[in-house]
Design a protein around this ligand. Sequence first.
Ligand code: PLP
Length: 397
Amino acid sequence: MQFANRIKNLGTESAFEVSHQAAMWHAEGNEIFPFHLGDLNIPTPRNIVDAMNEAIKNGKTGYCPPAGIPELRAVLADDVGRRRGVSYSSDNVVIQPGGKPVIGKFILALTNPGDEVLYPTPGYPIYESQIEFHGGIAVPYIYKEIDGCFLLDLDEVKSKITRRTRFFIYNNHQNPTGAESTQEEMEALAEIALEHNLWILADEAYYEIRYGGVSRSIVSIPGMLERTVILYTFSKKFAMTGWRIGAAIGPQKVAETISELNVNDESCTNHFIQWAMIEALTGPQEGPRRIISILKERRDTATTLLQNIEGVNLSVPNTTFYLYPNITEVVKQKNFDNIAEFQTEALKKTGVAFCTRNHFGRPIPGETDYYIRFAYSGIDTQDIRKGLSRLKDFFDN
Ligand code: PLP
C-alpha cells in the first residue's frame, strides 16, 4: 500500500512514547512515578459535569453550528477579551474540539506550500509536525537560559525572517520551559510582526495556569489584535483534557475560514459539552481555584526537592505545570552522552518517567546542555516526594 507523500512529514507528540515505555515497565510489576505527560489526575469540577449531564437530559445531542453555539461564543469572547484587556465579539470565536486543532487549522488557513513559519524550540512538538505536514517550512527560533530565565534571542528571530515568512507561533507561558516574556520582550516581538507583516498564532494554553503575578497576552499590544489568533483551551484550567474542547479566537475573517474547515472536518464540536462550558465560564469558580492550589502545592514540593539535588539547575516558573531543569552535570558525571539512554536508565532504576529536551522538537545543532521536563499535573504530592527522592539517590550515586 502506498501512502501519500505528506504522511512522511507528519511528526508526533513523542511524550506519548514515554507513556508507552512507562506502561510497559509498569506491566512488568514496577512502580511508576508519572512526570512525563501534561495531563491532570484532578477531577473536572462537579458543577461542570452536572451541567453536561443536564444538557444531555435537555436533548442537546444533535449537531450544532460549525463555529459553536452562539451562547458559548458570546460568553467566551467576553471572558477572553476581559482577561486580556481587549474587546472580542462572538464573530471572533470559533469553537474547536480542543486547543490542538487550532494549530493545524490556522496553518491550513494562512499558509501555502513553501511558506516559512517560525516556531519555538524547545516547544510543543505539534508545531513542527503540522507546519511540515501542510508543506510549510518549519523555521525554529530558540529559547536561551540566561541567569535562570528562559529568554528569546530577538536578533536570532529577526535573522530568520525572509520574504517567505508568513507567521510565527508564540507560546508565552511556554511548554516545556515555563518561559514567560517580559513586557519588553513581548513588545519587541510585536514590533517584528508589524515590521514584517506577520501573523501570530498565540498559543495561550497555559494563560490561566499561574501561581503569582498576572498573565499578559500579545493581543493587548496595539496592532496585534488584527493579526493574532489565540489558541484557547478549556483542557488545563478546568482539568478536562479528555473532554476535548477549545477555541480559535481572532479576526472575524480567519474565524470564518476556520469555521469552514470545521464544516469539512468534524462538522461541529460536541454539542452538550459546549453548554457545560457556559457553566464553566460563568458558574462558581471554586473548581479552577482548587485546581491551581493543588498544582501550586505540587510545584513547591517538586522544586524544593529538585533544587536539593546536586547538579540539577532549575529556574522556577510562575506558570504552566512544568519544570525544565538543566541536568548536564549529572548526565556527564554518570558518563552518559545520550539523554535518551539516560532517561531510560532513570526509568528502570527509579520508576520516574519524564520527558527530555528531545521530545520538544528537533534539537538545534550545537546544543550542548541536557534538559529534562517534569510535568507535575498528573502525580500527587506524596508520589512527587517518593519519586524525586528515588531520583536523587540515582543522580547522587
Ligand atoms: N498547546 C500547548 C503548548 C500544549 O502544551 C497543549 C497540550 O498539552 C496544547 C496546546 C493542546 O491542548 P488541548 O488540545 O488539550 O487543548
